[in-house]
Design a binder for this molecule. Structure first.
Ligand code: IMP
Length: 491
């Protein structure tokens, strides 16, 4: 594989033309891949973008590669030729034997013999890759490197251009919403949307996932379902893969009779690939799901008070498990009394205790809320059992001014426990008035009023499975009471 000056020149001319055309993003990148492969006399080429958390490589365009090869599963950036991420050029002489190749069996089936990986750099940071594939072992010339450097530079500019386009489109949408509802525009939470969707419902679903900060990949894997001899006769490509949940999602807005055919495919997929977790979302499921989270025709009012999600359910669960592991290590060989203050702590406490691998007993307290009427804080529910000589861990939902915790800690210390420590899910350090020491902290959060996962505003929102920031308009009317917040009988 090697090009000539003439072929480089011709390819760069075509690439520059496509880059400055009004073609869709996918077509531009397909065209770049095609010109690149031709110039290098290679059999295939693929242009990949690194997703913002730098976990996965997303195919932006390709040439000469089969669907099966392109959709062989999520391409883990840290596992699939990670040297390219460090800015190195990688040459794989034999893709079927090299340990760096994630799916060698598929490379073999596709007749891919050699791979050349080239970084796409944006101001010295790797933002993507160009991969070139050949069926024969290749010779890699200096001319090829300098040609690929130019293609990579053009790709970097194209990525930036696409990001800008998407940002402008989202802002345009947001300002339309603002004009409609006189609400503050929501800032986009993700950067470049890696794919163009085949159907508008997929776009809606991707937005929903973005809003809930759930990571997603679009059509990363095609599953062969039937074979004709050695040839694949039928394949199935689920729409989404959600890595955090290890779940594939197929959306369908089809009529019932067509859904039956899809269900048949899914059954076959489950038979052939029992380790794969896949769900079919019908139009009704989808509308109900949107409604559950306050979107779509059924759900407009449900979470209208929520401005943005701070931590998704999956992020909270990960953090809670990590805290429980640390607590289990620190108290190894001891018995532990965990004490929570009602009501905000219920979700956190329930999840945390399930992951603590020690003998644990549980107690709950409640205090009167701050009423600004000169009354002092009172314990409205005290401990059921004595804590004298016991190792006590106080569990809090959120520490804000620190006044509640300070009061409770002095009450508990008076009972002479063997030790007394504090574990809080959220630490709103910026508002601290009383210095209390916190031993275990889930997340440090900004000075915003948050709800969900047990936390309330005027008794509501506790049942949201995530932690979200309330829209300022919601708390504006009674700002004076809004901090510390809940106005019902217990925290
Ligand atoms: P502190 O005494 O100011 O630290 O307040 C602690 C209590 O105030 C917590 O246990 C919560 O019940 C409540 N609180 C403080 N900030 C928030 C918030 O952002 N959302 C919901 N409740 C809050």
């Amino acid at each position: 594989m090697t090009g000539s000056r003439g072929s480089y020149y011709l390819a760069l001319k075509q690439i520059a033309k496509a880059a400055n055309s009004s073609l869709s993003l996918r077509k531009i990148f397909n065209s770049v891949a095609k010109s690149t492969a031709k110039a290098l006399q290679a059999n295939g080429c693929r242009i990949l973008l690194l997703d913002p958390p730098k976990k996965y490589l997303i195919t932006m365009g390709s040439h000469g590669l089969s669907d099966l090869y392109l959709r062989k599963g999520p391409l883990d950036a840290q596992k699939s030729l990670p040297e390219i991420l460090d800015g190195e050029v990688v040459i794989i002489a034999d893709a079927t034997k090299d340990k760096r190749v994630q799916h060698p069996e598929i490379a073999q089936a596709q007749g891919v013999s050699s791979i050349l990986g080239f970084p796409v750099l944006e101001k010295e940071e790797t933002v993507g890759e160009i991969r070139v594939y050949t069926r024969e072992p290749h010779q890699f010339s200096e001319g090829d490197t300098s040609f690929l450097t130019s293609v990579a530079n053009i790709c970097a500019v194209l990525f930036e251009k696409a990001e800008l386009h998407q940002f402008l489109a989202q802002n345009h949408e947001a300002s339309k919403r603002q004009a409609r509802a006189d609400q503050a525009p929501q800032l986009p939470t993700t950067s470049l949307r890696p794919s163009e969707f085949a159907h508008p419902s997929e776009d809606d679903f991707a937005r929903l996932l973005d809003f809930y900060r759930i990571e997603w990949l679009y059509e990363p894997r095609a599953f062969p379902l039937r074979w004709n001899g050695n040839d694949i006769a039928e394949m199935f490509t689920p729409d989404f893969y959600l890595p955090e949940l290890d779940l594939y999602i197929e959306l369908t807005t089809l009529k019932q009779d067509l859904i039956t055919a899809k269900n048949r495919k899914l059954r076959r997929l489950r038979e052939l690939y029992p380790e794969i977790n896949i769900k079919l979302l019908t139009k009704n499921d989808f509308i109900r799901l949107l409604a559950k989270y306050g979107y779509g025709p059924l759900g407009e009012a449900k979470i209208e008070g929520v401005s943005r999600i701070l931590y998704s359910h999956a992020q909270i669960q990960r953090r809670v498990r990590a805290l429980a592991r640390r607590i289990s290590r620190d108290y190894a060989g001891q018995r532990l009394v965990i004490v929570g203050i009602l009501k905000g702590v219920i979700c956190f406490m329930a999840d945390l205790m399930q992951h603590i691998s020690l003998p644990v007993t549980l107690d709950l307290m409640a205090v009167s809320p701050y009423e600004s009427d000169g009354e002092v804080v009172k314990i409205t529910r005290d401990l059921d059992s004595s804590i004298t000589g016991q190792h006590v861990l106080m569990i809090e939902d959120i520490v804000d001014t620190g006044m509640t915790l300070n009061y409770i800690l002095s009450h508990l210390s008076a009972h002479n426990p063997a030790s007394l420590r504090v574990c809080t899910l959220l630490d709103k350090r910026a508002r601290r008035l009383v210095n209390v020491s916190l031993d275990y902290i889930g997340f440090e959060i900004p000075d915003e009023f948050v709800v969900g996962y047990g936390l309330d505003y005027k008794g509501e929102y506790r049942n949201l499975p995530f932690i979200a920031i309330l829209r300022p308009e919601v708390t504006k009317e009674d700002d004076a009471e809004a901090q510390p917040g809940p106005s019902d009988a217990q925290h």
